[in-house]
Ligand binder design. Structure first.
Ligand SMILES: NCc1[nH]cc(CCC(=O)O)c1CC(=O)O
Length: 340
């Protein structure tokens, strides 16, 4: 970061007002916001103050699927942005609805953390060992995500073994607690979340995307401000990672084109292939299935992407084209069966 802060205090003027960063109060949200706050302090030279906002997703005891999934974690932060209570917000990108309202700018998508799901199982077991070890019982694996359910059932069946998935809610600590108490054999969580709260060592397997594709945008953050605040948006844009932006754009375009919400059983992951550190190609994989894992439509495509010039056309086209192919293979019918 060689750019000089443009908020240096002129002699005799008041110090720059602190930027207010709205955050949910969960350990994960605070960790994510803290990371971004540090980067923004460095970039702008301005103090950044965390403002805690309680969202419906934090207070509801219902399962995510029952409260409609899309946007529950996001709306309270956007309300605070709209009301001018905060200057910017950090979201988990996978919780952000695919339609971007005009009044908010997705100013930055910082470099992505590990996109994979992680298994936290009893006795240090990986997935295959766990489901075999549980026999003649079936392993009970905690997840309320239709996407994880569909792919975990299909993965277990590829070993000729059945599993039971058990819907769970709560923060990461609560979820891991079900394994520690012996109530469940394992839970599945985003690796990025575990990593950000310093508990990645508790993962007993980082699940290969060949077995379980993560949610579109998983592991990436979204830094959002009011569209009217163009000066701040330009400053925050320094945090943007064009490769991550290209990947998540392809994944989210696929999701949008499948007309699915974030609680739908859609997995997607774009990998960028680089030659001598220049990104030349992108592979986009997508999956949609029934929650019992009996039917999955899983396809991938590879295409050239322009170097990191911010062009979103190629990733968007790949996302749309892959969605069209998946729909042609019956993806829409599978999503129609989702239990909401
Ligand atoms: N659905 C909740 C949610 N939103 C973002 C993360 C983790 C961080 C990330 O994926 O970026 C999680 C928890 C989880 O899925 O385990």
């Amino acid at each position: 970061m060689s750019k000089a802060p443009d908020h240096e205090q002129a002699p005799g003027t008041a110090p720059a007002r602190a930027l207010r960063l709205g955050t949910r109060r969960s350990t994960l949200a605070m960790a994510q916001s803290g990371l971004v706050a540090d980067q923004v302090r460095q970039l702008t030279g301005r103090p950044v103050e965390l403002v805690e906002i309680t969202t419906y997703g934090d207070t509801s005891r219902e399962h995510l699927a029952q409260i409609g999934g899309t946007g529950v974690f996001v709306n309270a932060l956007r309300d605070a942005l709209r009301d001018g209570e905060i200057d910017f917000a950090v979201h988990s990108l996978k919780d952000l609805p695919t339609a971007q309202p005009e009044e908010f700018t997705l100013a930055a998508v910082p470099a992505r953390a590990d996109a994979r799901d992680a298994l936290v199982a009893r006795d240090g077991l990986g997935f295959e060992a766990l489901i075999r070890d549980a026999a003649p019982r079936v392993a009970r694996i905690g997840t309320g995500s239709p996407r994880r359910m569909a792919q975990l059932h299909a993965w277990a069946r590829s070993f000729g073994v059945e599993i039971e998935t058990v819907p769970i809610r709560g923060n990461i600590d609560t979820r891991i607690g079900y394994v520690r108490s012996g109530e469940l054999d394992a839970v599945v969580l985003a690796a990025a979340g575990l990593q950000r709260i310093g508990r990645l060592a508790e993962a007993t397997e980082l699940i290969s995307p060949d077995a379980v594709l993560p949610a579109p945008g998983q592991g990436a953050l979204a830094v959002e401000c009011a569209a009217s605040n163009a000066h701040l948006a330009a400053q925050l844009a320094e945090l943007d990672d064009p490769h991550t932006r290209a990947a998540v754009t392809a994944e989210r375009t696929l999701l949008a084109a499948l007309e699915a919400g974030c609680s739908a059983p859609v997995g997607a992951l774009a990998d960028l292939l680089a030659e001598e550190q220049v990104v030349t190609e992108m592979r986009l994989r997508g999956v949609v299935g029934t929650t019992d894992g009996a039917t999955l439509v899983q396809l991938s495509t590879t295409g050239p992407v322009p170097a990191s010039d911010g062009d979103e056309t190629a990733p968007q086209r790949m996302g749309r084209e892959l969605a069209d192919e998946m729909l042609a293979k019956g993806a829409a019918g599978l999503m129609g069966e989702r239990a909401l």
